[in-house]
Design a binder for this molecule. Structure first.
Ligand SMILES: Cc1cc2nc3c(=O)[nH]c(=O)nc-3n(C[C@H](O)[C@H](O)[C@H](O)COP(=O)(O)OP(=O)(O)OC[C@H]3O[C@@H](n4cnc5c(N)ncnc54)[C@H](O)[C@@H]3O)c2cc1C
Length: 471
């Protein structure tokens, strides 16, 4: 719903998938899985064309001869399709939801938090035809889930032939994030509690330009604004990216985020100078409305106050090329999954494409999966001790300091020792939604810190600092 910039796809006549492929690998520092990345950029045009044929309206040029392709950081070609200027996520999500709403067999349960996966021992082999992922957990399969009704506080149970996790990333781990408040690493924690391993958890993308006021984030200022000419400056007007990278203000996000953090830590304020952007209000109506809501005097100053913050998770639940996890019956798609297409750092606007391409693949895979005819099982009463959790704000500050834009072995170790005093791994008999969210955040923080500790050298979004980080 919140995605602003658009969806990257090599659709234009002069563009090709090979160029999109090499830009994706370059941003991901070649840590990307090549097979899934190739699927992403090769199948992307057909998947997006299907949406267009179904009636999804992307912005077109004023003379209506073609789409209006935007340029974003680290893309060598303008290939970003967008809807209503900066409302791509909202338009695409609403479009797909409306298609689902027409299906009589679809039942929506809203304001409910999935709390647990139902597992069943099995002697049978997985039936999915395409799976190329080694079945790590051949003796168990996922047969459904439990959820907490947020209004009534009641627990519900659903059994299913297949469960698809699409619960987003882990932005809630940090004090400044672009993510919605519901994004607390739940899918990854569900997978961990079901015995699955997560992959590439050290790679968390920090976006350079969050709109900030009084140390709080009030949304994102899309990279498309820099694509349209805006520059990053400090309070004196000094261009912060000048001479720092050949792509200047449009350098990969991790590089820009680190430069801005260094400027901020040295006592400077950071702004986006929108003087060079023509017709800013017209091109970025949603951002303009948000700036007005937050009473930012950008019309007079032509400056927007920004700071880096958590934005996107490259790692997650390991899946195969069809979205299948190592647990039979369990699939994952979108930000909670790790298809490996983003490598060590995501290329701008590749994540909506990942959702579309791999969402479609999961659906195709499900059509090939035989019905498992699951039976509802009663959960034995939990014997796990009650949660003992840190205040969420403190957890976020610790994660920013030790698992954020700069890390060191000492600092990661410090975070792990600090986490060790709490109980968050196993589900106790009773808990509230807020407690479970915090427990999930602790669990994914531990997993990400361990992964970061194992990678001693900087790569992409994972930056090991040579300077001492205060403990
Ligand atoms: C501000 C912003 C701007 C962005 N701009 C772009 C862009 O221009 N282009 C691009 O390609 N990408 C962009 N991204 C990234 C992209 O939007 C996400 O990667 C993508 O939306 C992920 O989709 P998803 O379905 O995996 O998760 P989400 O869209 O995050 O959806 C996850 C859903 O799961 C729900 N949920 C979470 N936990 C539970 C639970 N336990 N039980 C039940 N429900 C749960 C959440 O409430 C949410 O509704 C942007 C992201 C943000 C935050």
């Amino acid at each position: 719903m919140l995605a602003q910039g658009g969806i990257a796809v090599a659709l234009s006549e002069n563009d090709d998938w090979q160029s999109h492929f090499s830009d994706t690998l370059m941003a991901g520092v070649e840590h990307n899985r090549r097979d899934t990345t190739e699927i992403l950029v090769k199948e992307g045009p057909a998947a997006v064309n299907e949406l267009i044929q179904d009636g999804l309206l992307f912005d077109r040029r004023a003379d209506d001869t073609d789409f209006q392709y935007g340029l974003e950081g680290a893309h060598s070609f303008p290939r970003i399709l967008h809807c209503l200027g900066d409302q791509t996520g909202k338009v695409m999500t609403s479009f797909l939801q409306a298609q689902l709403a027409e299906q009589p067999q679809v039942t929506w349960i809203e304001e409910a938090m999935v709390t647990e996966l139902l597992l069943e021992p099995t002697a049978t082999k997985r039936t999915d035809e395409h799976a190329d992922f080694p079945a790590a957990n051949a003796t168990t399969r996922c047969i459904g889930l439990r959820y907490l009704e947020e209004r009534s506080g009641q627990l519900g149970t659903l059994t299913a032939d297949a469960v698809v996790l699409a619960t987003g990333g882990l932005g809630g781990l940090f004090p400044l994030t672009t993510n919605d408040a519901t994004i607390t690493g739940d899918g990854m924690a569900l997978a961990l509690r079901a015995g699955l391993a997560l992959k590439d958890m050290e790679f968390i993308q920090f976006h350079p330009t969050l709109l900030t006021k009084n140390n709080r984030c009030y949304g994102l200022i899309s990279e498309a604004v820099r694509g349209a000419g805006a520059r990053l400056i400090d309070e004196t007007g000094r261009a912060l990216m000048a001479g720092r990278h050949p792509l200047g203000d449009l350098a990969p996000r991790d590089i820009v985020a680190r430069e801005l953090t260094a400027a901020y830590d040295n006592g400077h304020q950071v702004f986006l100078d929108i003087q060079p952007v023509q017709d800013f209000e017209q091109h970025f109506p949603q951002i303009t409305a948000n700036l007005d809501r937050q009473q930012i005097p950008f019309r007079q100053t032509r400056r927007i106050p920004v700071r880096p913050g958590a934005h996107f998770m490259m790692g997650g639940i390991a899946v195969d090329t069809w979205g299948q996890t190592a647990l039979a019956g369990l699939y994952a798609v979108g930000e909670t999954a790790c298809t490996g297409v983003h490598g060590a750092n995501r290329l701008a606007s590749n994540s909506l494409l990942e959702c579309v391409v791999f969402g479609k693949r999961v659906a195709e895979q499900l059509l090939h999966t035989a019905s498992a005819q699951a039976a509802a099982t009663e959960r034995p009463a939990s014997v796990a001790p009650p949660f003992i959790l840190p205040p969420r704000r403190l957890l976020q500050q610790k994660c920013w300091q030790h698992l954020g834009i700069r890390r060191s072995s000492d600092s990661l170790q410090h975070l792990l020792s600090w986490l060790a005093q709490f109980h968050y791994r196993q589900l106790p008999a009773t808990y509230t939604k807020k407690q479970l969210e915090c427990a999930n955040l602790c669990l994914v923080a531990e997993t990400a810190a361990k992964a970061a500790l194992l990678r001693q050298e900087s790569l992409g979004a994972h930056a090991i600092s040579q300077e001492k980080i205060p403990l």
